[in-house]
Design a protein around this ligand. Structure first.
Ligand code: SAH
Length: 347
C-alpha cells in the first residue's frame, strides 16, 4: 500500500515516510518497485564515473572527515595537471566518458588552475563530461569552471537540518552557504548532485525526512548517499557506523520519489558490506564511480577507515566492477550517462 502510493505520487506524508524508514517490512516490495522504475527509465544500464581524487589538502575541518585540516596524521598530496591527464588517458582507454575531479578544499587549486585542467581535459576528450567536486566556492568561480567546460558538479548537502549541520561541521561552515552554492550551480546550468550521509552521529529519522523534503525542492540530477563510516583520526572515531539497510531503503525511496535521478551505488556502500554496491544497484541505483586515482595516492584519500579499492590490486577496478554489475543483473555502458532531463533537452 505505502509502496504503491509512493510509486504513484512520488511522495508520502512525513508520518508515512517515518513508518517506511523505520521498519524492514516494506523492503522487499520497495526493491521490486524501485527496480521496475529504474528499468522503465534506464533499462539495465549502469553508468561509470571515473573518480580522480586529485588533492587531499583541505582548509575545512568537518568532524567526520579523515582529510579534515586538523588531522595531522594524514599524509597530504596533490596531483599535477600531467598526473590528472594521465588518469584520464587511462580511463578513456578503459571506456570512461565522465571524469570526476574530487578533492579537499585546497587553495592551491585557484580558479585559474582548475579552469586550465578542465579545459585541457575537454580539449583532449571532447566526448567526455567533466564533473567537479571541490566544495564551496563563490558563484563567480563556479561560473568560470562552467565556462571552461565543466558541466556537472557534486556537492552533497550532507544534512538539510541546520542544527545537525552545525554539530557535524566547524563553526565557520553554514548550511545556508552550502545551499546557496547548490542553487548557484543549478542557475548557472550545471547538472547538480546533492546528497546526505546516512547514520552520522545525532541523526534521526526526522532529519532524513528533512533531507527528502530538501531534495524535492532542489530537484538535483544526481543524489549521492552512503553510510557514515568513522575515521580513526577524527572526533567521531568511536561513533557507530551508518546502517546498511537504512541506506538501501533510502535508495529505493529516492528511486520512487525521483524516477529519473542518477543514483550512485557509492564506495562507502561497498565498504560497509562486500556486496553493498550490488545491493544498491538492485534497489534502484544506476551509477558506479570507480577510482581512477593513481594507486600510489589512493590510501591517502582516506575519508573513513577501511575504504575499499585502495590496495595494489585496485588498478583493475573496472574489470572487477563490470563483473560485479553483471552479477547483479545489469551492464556497465561506456557513455557520458547524462541525466535523462538533459538528454531530452538535447533532442
Ligand atoms: N570537499 C568536497 C568533497 C568531499 S568528499 C566537498 O566538500 O564536497 C565527498 C563526500 O564524502 C562528502 O561529501 C561526504 O558526504 C563523504 N564523506 C566524508 N567523510 C565521510 C565519512 N566519514 N563517512 C562517510 N562519508 C564521508
Amino acid at each position: 500500500m505505502l509502496i504503491e502510493k509512493l510509486c504513484n505520487n512520488h511522495d508520502l506524508s512525513d508520518g508515512e515516510f517515518r513508518t517506511l524508514l523505520e521498519t524492514d517490512v516494506y523492503d522487499d516490495a520497495l526493491r521490486t518497485a524501485a527496480d521496475a522504475v529504474r528499468r522503465e527509465h534506464y533499462g539495465t544500464e549502469v553508468y561509470l564515473r571515473g573518480l580522480i581524487e586529485f588533492t587531499n589538502y583541505c582548509r575545512n575541518d568537518c568532524l567526520y572527515c579523515g582529510i579534515r585540516r586538523s588531522n595531522t596524521a594524514a599524509s597530504r598530496y596533490r596531483l599535477t595537471e600531467e598526473d590528472i591527464l594521465a588518469c584520464c588517458e587511462e580511463g578513456y582507454a578503459l571506456g570512461y566518458r565522465t571524469f570526476v575531479l574530487q578533492g579537499g578544499e585546497d587553495a592551491y587549486f585557484t580558479d585559474e588552475r582548475v579552469c586550465r585542467i578542465v579545459s585541457a581535459i575537454r580539449e583532449r576528450y571532447p566526448a567526455c563530461a567533466v564533473t567537479l567536486s571541490i566544495g564551496e566556492r563563490p558563484r563567480a568561480s563556479y561560473q568560470a569552471f562552467y565556462d571552461a567546460g565543466a558541466e556537472r558538479y557534486l556537492l552533497r548537502h550532507e544534512t538539510a537540518d541546520p542544527q545537525l549541520y552545525s554539530r557535524l561541521h566547524p563553526a565557520e561552515l553554514h548550511l545556508e552557504n552550502r545551499i546557496r552554492c547548490l542553487y548557484d550551480l543549478k542557475e548557472i546550468g550545471y547538472q547538480v548532485g546533492a546528497g546526505m550521509m546516512v547514520g552520522c552521529p545525532y541523526q534521526t529519522t526526522e532529519h532524513l525526512i528533512r533531507d527528502l523534503r530538501f531534495l524535492q525542492e532542489l530537484q538535483p540530477d544526481m543524489i549521492g548517499i552512503g553510510p557514515f563510516l568513522p575515521h580513526k583520526d577524527t572526533p567521531f572515531r568511536d561513533a557507530e557506523k551508518g546502517d546498511l539497510y537504512l541506506v538501501l531503503r533510502l535508495l529505493g525511496v529516492l528511486r520512487l520519489m525521483f524516477p529519473e535521478v542518477l543514483l550512485p551505488a557509492t564506495t562507502a556502500l561497498g565498504t560497509i558490506h562486500p556486496l553493498g554496491r550490488e545491493m544498491g544497484l538492485k534497489m534502484g541505483a544506476n551509477v558506479i564511480m570507480p577510482n581512477l586515482s593513481p594507486v600510489s595516492v589512493r590510501k591517502k584519500y582516506m575519508l573513513y577507515d577501511d575504504k575499499i579499492c585502495t590496495g595494489e590490486e585496485s588498478a583493475q577496478c573496472v574489470n572487477c566492477l563490470a563483473n560485479r554489475v553483471n552479477s547483479a543483473g545489469y551492464q556497465v555502458v561506456s557513455s557520458r550517462g547524462d541525466a535523462l532531463r538533459c538528454r531530452k533537452a538535447e533532442k
